[in-house]
Design a protein around this ligand. Structure first.
Ligand code: ME8
Length: 501
């Protein structure tokens, strides 16, 4: 039995409705979770919302709500998004959940007992948008000469009493861990970025705030709430039973992978492993950082540019399978990439509807019409065997090898090459012509195609679960010599909406 597989996404700030980046991360994680389950692994998959901190407190104040009220309302939109997108999470964690408070206080106590905290005074730059402290030397200048964080967000000078974590003590242990575990940070470009940041030296980290109270209160420190990133990162262990332990803990920790976006690498690859080392908790096996989705033309999405892609609009207009397939196929995972509705419609029509959907629909219709609905046996001619060999190599080797290392687009490309080979085979064999001249051969050709479509649908299942399952069900209805049901297209053609005037 292969090792259990615990997979997490970043937990989103529910200060607004989910955007396409949130949908992207949830879908990618779900594809991986479904894929690993199909490989026979025992998967635990967690996602959720990050509800404390100044950013949430300010968003709530701006909307005239209590922070807890805003968090509850917006968190529901993230749950609804996951459900609408067929995301098969095992737990949706909210950092306001009771067990999470307990886990936060426990990790705090463990780090305290290690002697890694000291009381001090924080004086420096803080970005509320990133919920991050920055060094003067990291800041850049905005267009109006104002200071900005490396992520381009506003920073403010902050002075307050604070607990500090001895992050500097973990510089060498972190470098050693990364050197000994080359897969710990992926892709490699992100690992290199982390290594050079570590080599430039680490400053101790402020890990409590005293100027507001929307957070986890610190055990024994009146007026202090836990820095929101220490609170948020701890969600990964809360979800599997920290600090009590138990079956889930024994089975699933350390996590197989934390999937995150590239903007939060420092928190996951430096702060989090340092906290875990300090608390004597094993480190996750991998942190994988995906790229960012950009608007059409490859520019950052922004309301003022009018290029924001709304995930809800996408799945409502084009369907969940189409959106999932498009996002996994369009952008090389790990890199940034532009997305838009036109690109979605073009790609989904070419690859899912015309190439695979149509192949299945044509084949099953011909079997339904010409073979009394009974799926014939595959042929034994060399072309038949060559096709099935190609299909099996793509569906059971190339795609799984690629998916296993998060190379979704490359895996789907190999899958698509096999779909194209099936279509070329149909054109060459012309079963509709064989119907008159050689019905036995026609049956073999259709049987070969049915035998090819089955593993291709199975391989596609993690990405486009509804349509792929519909094809598998149609094939299954013909098991044991039963006639198959009359087929209906599993991947319909899409159209762009009429241009609004
Ligand atoms: O960072 N394309 O939350 P968040 C792809 N609460 N992914 C994107 C994206 C884009 N345009 N924009 C954001 C947080 N993301 C913290 C995480 S984890 C302990 C705490 C990704 O709501 C982003 O990289 O700002 C992150 O992985 C996720 O969406 C949530 O971002």
């Amino acid at each position: 039995m292969s090792k259990p597989y615990y997979l997490t996404t970043a937990i989103s700030y529910p200060n607004g409705a989910p955007h396409i980046g949130h949908a992207y991360e949830a879908i990618a994680a779900d594809v991986m979770a479904r894929f690993q389950r199909a490989q026979g692994r025992d998967v635990y998959f967690q996602t959720g919302t990050d509800e404390h901190g100044l950013k949430m407190a300010q968003a709530a104040r701006d909307q005239g709500m209590a922070p807890g009220e805003l968090a509850a309302k917006m968190s529901q939109l993230f749950i609804d998004m996951c459900d609408a997108l067929d995301v098969t999470y095992d737990r949706f964690i909210r950092t306001t959940d009771e067990d999470h408070h307990k886990a936060c206080q426990a990790i705090w106590t463990a780090i305290e007992e290690k002697g890694d905290f000291y009381l001090g005074r924080y004086e420096g730059w803080y970005s509320v948008r990133d919920e991050a402290f920055y060094d003067e030397k990291e800041l850049k200048e905005g267009e109006g000469g104002e200071k900005l964080s490396p992520e381009g967000t506003p920073v403010e000078w902050t002075v307050e009493e604070s607990w500090f974590f001895k992050l500097s003590a973990y510089q060498q242990p972190l470098l050693d861990h990364i050197a000994a575990n080359p897969d710990f940070i992926q892709p490699t470009s992100r690992r290199n970025e982390v290594v050079s940041f570590l080599e430039s030296g680490l400053r101790d980290l402020s890990v409590s705030r005293t100027s507001f109270d929307w957070g986890v209160p610190l055990p024994g420190s009146e007026g202090h709430v836990m820095y929101v990133w220490l609170d948020a990162l701890t969600n990964y262990i809360t979800g599997v039973g920290y600090p009590d332990g138990g079956d889930k803990w024994d089975k699933y920790w350390p996590a197989a992978c934390h999937l995150i976006g590239k903007d939060i690498v420092r928190f996951h690859c430096i702060y989090w492993p340092a906290f875990l080392m300090s608390a004597d908790i094993a480190l996750p096996e991998q942190v994988y950082a995906h790229g960012h989705l950009l608007g059409e033309g490859g520019i950052k999405m922004s309301k003022s540019l009018g290029n924001v892609v709304d995930p809800k609009q996408m799945w409502e207009r084009y369907g969940v399978d189409a959106l999932r397939y498009f996002l996994m196929r369009e952008v090389t995972f790990g890199q940034d990439g532009a997305v838009g509705e036109e690109a979605l419609v073009t790609r989904v029509n070419a690859e899912l509807a015309n190439s695979f959907g149509n192949l299945a629909q044509r084949t099953l219709s011909m079997i339904h019409k010409n073979c009394d609905g009974v799926i014939p046996a595959a042929g034994n001619a060399s072309e038949d065997k060559a096709l099935l060999d190609d299909v099996m190599a793509a569906a059971t080797q190339k795609l799984p090898e690629a998916f296993d290392r998060w190379a979704f687009s490359a895996g789907l490309e190999a899958w698509l090459a096999a779909v194209y080979a099936c279509n070329a085979y149909v054109d060459t064999m012309a079963p509709w012509a064989l119907k008159k001249t050689d019905p036995d051969r026609m049956a073999e050709v259709l049987g070969t195609l049915a035998a090819a479509i089955q593993p291709l649908a199975l391989a596609l299942l993690p990405v486009a679960p509804t349509g792929a399952q519909a094809i598998l069900d149609q094939l299954k209805s013909g098991e044991g010599g039963q006639p198959i049901d009359k087929p209906t297209p599993a991947f319909p053609r899409l159209e762009l909406p009429e241009q609004e005037a």
